[in-house]
Design a binder for this molecule. Structure first.
Ligand SMILES: C[S@@+](CC[C@H](N)C(=O)[O-])C[C@H]1O[C@@H](n2cnc3c(N)ncnc32)[C@H](O)[C@@H]1O
Length: 345
């Protein structure tokens, strides 16, 4: 990374000390001014529009945190995600644009299917394993609930091992006014370990798979220990929770360690007879391994790899596919292989 000339700092300090504090992380003047504006607006909003001495000190303190590399989402405390505005706190992974893109794509697909199938009463059950801020569960719930008919039912449950994630996802539901409404629509968050069996008896979970589960969606930890040390950005390593990114070792096994969650998720999909499974992956190689694991479990109606932007098709990305265990698996959309979509029945 090239060093910044002192003249840039002098110029920034002359305009605003906050901009100078932001330069080391923003790297250029226009970006520093944009972030400074966001930080100012945030502090102004918190102090009901007034910026007194305390407010100005607060701005400098937030600029200092940001300048040391802390992600903007933790500094400001929020991140937009589709139509939602989500609270972000240290200890819980910041929602990324990729889950936003595939959650919207999945919601569109489900709405299209529901329209095509006709019928008066429809019901949909969704389990979001490893929910974090609740971003995927909440966005699916928001998108689907908005278009539901009064007679339809929608039940979504997000689960996570980290108590701070479960507490934050509940706050995010309240913040975005996405609350359970009687017996027909509900969104719940439950603290549990994906690898244990205890939570399967929880009444909110049982309700999901009394009749077969419709959707199992997950963005699980999938980075190897080595990948975490060498390939992730410094700010991600320092400020975001490792538990959200790297699977904990679970004893000797034949699977590659970073794939361990997929093995368990596919086992749960079989147990709950999930119709659709959608899992985020770290790239095409992992996507192929996940499709391979799914094929090992039995025949699939359909398997696709969704790229970063599953709904955008540019010229270079048409007709892409890979072959897994003799089966051609299409890659949909543009960008890198980002999630695996499996239709089991
Ligand atoms: C990659 S993050 C995804 C968070 C969120 N779904 C998103 O897309 O931003 C993975 C999440 O899995 C949770 N987690 C890690 N191990 C778990 C386990 N054994 N059972 C349940 N959740 C777990 C972490 O706390 C973290 O919130």
């Amino acid at each position: 990374m090239p060093r910044l000339p002192p003249s840039l700092f002098w110029r920034a300090r002359h305009i605003s000390p906050g901009a100078a504090l932001l330069l080391p992380v923003c790297r250029d003047f226009p970006s520093a001014l944009t972030e400074l504006r966001w930080i100012r607006e945030h502090v102004k909003e918190k102090s009901r529009g007034r910026l007194d001495w305390e407010g100005r000190e607060r701005i400098l303190s937030l600029c200092r945190r940001r300048g040391r590399g802390e992600p903007l989402q933790y500094v400001l405390g929020t991140q937009p995600f589709g139509s939602l505005d989500l609270l972000c706190r240290r200890g819980v992974l910041i929602p990324r644009p990729e889950p936003e893109a595939y959650s919207l794509h999945l919601a569109d697909l489900l709405l299209r299917e529901s329209k095509q199938s006709g019928g008066s009463h429809k019901s949909l059950t969704i389990l979001d394993a490893c929910t974090g801020t609740g971003c995927i569960a909440l966005l699916l719930y928001a998108q689907l609930q908005r278009k539901m008919k009064a007679a339809d039912s929608l039940h979504v449950v997000g689960i996570d091992l980290a108590p701070q994630a479960v507490s934050l996802s509940r706050k995010n539901a309240v913040r975005n006014r996405l609350l359970s409404a009687g017996d027909s629509t509900s969104i719940k968050f439950v603290q549990c370990d994906v690898f244990s069996d205890d939570w399967l008896d929880h009444q909110d979970i049982k309700r999901l798979y009394q009749s077969p589960l419709d959707i199992l969606v997950s963005n699980p930890p999938y980075i190897s220990v080595d990948g975490f040390s060498h390939d992730t950005a410094r700010s991600v390593r320092i400020f975001e929770p490792k538990l959200a990114q790297v699977p904990l070792p679970r004893g000797p096994g034949s699977e590659v360690d970073e794939d361990i969650f997929y093995v368990r998720l596919l086992e749960l999909a079989t147990r709950m007879d999930a119709r659709i499974v959608l899992c985020e992956v770290g790239g095409l190689a992992q996507a192929e391994r996940v499709v391979g694991l799914a094929l090992n479990k039995g025949p699939l109606l359909n398997a696709e790899i969704w790229a970063d932007h599953p709904d955008i098709v540019d010229v270079d990305c048409t007709n892409r596919s890979v072959t897994v265990a003799g089966r051609e698996v299409p890659i949909k959309g543009s960008g890198h292989g980002r999630s695996v979509f499996i239709r089991r029945r």
